[in-house]
Design a protein around this ligand. Structure first.
Ligand code: SF4
Length: 236
């Protein structure tokens, strides 16, 4: 199958690709993705529960794959500890921590204290979107752990997606996975995971914008709680 480039691809091309991949499992999707894009493919990893499954699957397909973590400077200590655990378990993987162009101090000087409260979209742009854009400009495609059941905005996600935001191709091998299947895989394979998941943090981002959720609440309700914001803008 030929390399799929964003610039010369239309909706029909994506439909055809997804139709040809329908019925494949996540490992086969990853095999196709690395065969198609090789080193031009990067996994933008949040180190959430889905990430643990994806990292394990990716390590079986391409042990030296590049994994990118957007290090906003505002992550929980448990997240940084998990990254160190993953580095030890998968020493061949190339795990890069990508920093924003502004330190927290520079951001406060330019935009005021607590930008995550006064203008969270700008904060996410500075600390997540711009750094990811800088990396994706050098690549042809990226992998994401989106699952369809996570939210209505993710319900129509395909294995291979046109990514207008970054003018790239976004590959989502886990679209059909349910949350209990993610956890079954993690437990079965004794994978490391963020210890905050055991304390009612189903979805973990920056400390300023992540809260515990009550039992039975939507898994992403702890992100930007009490605001209209539901996504950082990476997935549009
Ligand atoms: S999640 Fe919150 S703290 Fe993190 S970059 Fe976005 S607005 Fe800023």
């Amino acid at each position: 199958m030929s390399v799929l480039l964003y610039e010369n691809s239309d909706l029909e091309a994506f439909r055809e690709i997804n139709s040809s991949l329908a019925g494949l499992d996540s490992l086969d999707i990853l095999r196709w993705a690395f065969q198609t894009y090789g080193d031009e493919l990067v996994y933008a990893c949040s180190f959430g529960a889905e990430s643990m499954v994806l990292i394990d699957l990716i390590s079986k397909v391409k042990p030296d794959a590049q994994i990118l973590f957007l290090d906003t400077d505002f992550h929980f200590i448990e997240t940084y500890q998990l990254i160190e655990e993953v580095k030890k378990k998968y020493p061949q993987l190339r795990i890069d921590l990508e920093k924003p162009g502004l330190t927290p101090k520079q951001q406060a000087e330019l935009h005021g204290d607590k930008l995550w409260k006064t203008n969270p979209d700008l904060c996410c742009k500075i600390r997540k979107l711009d750094p990811l854009e800088g990396q994706l400009n050098q690549k042809k495609a990226w992998i994401s752990g989106l699952r369809r059941e996570q939210s209505p905005t993710r319900a129509n996600t395909q294995f291979v997606n046109q990514d207008h935001r970054f003018e790239s191709v976004k590959i989502c091998p886990l679209i059909h996975w349910k949350e209990d299947e993610i956890w079954m895989y993690i437990k079965l394979h004794k994978l490391p995971y963020n210890k905050l998941h055991d304390q009612n943090y189903p979805s973990i981002g920056c400390t300023h914008c992540t809260k515990q959720v009550a039992d039975g609440q939507d898994s992403r309700s702890g992100r930007w709680a009490n605001t209209d914001k539901t996504e950082c803008g990476l997935h549009q």
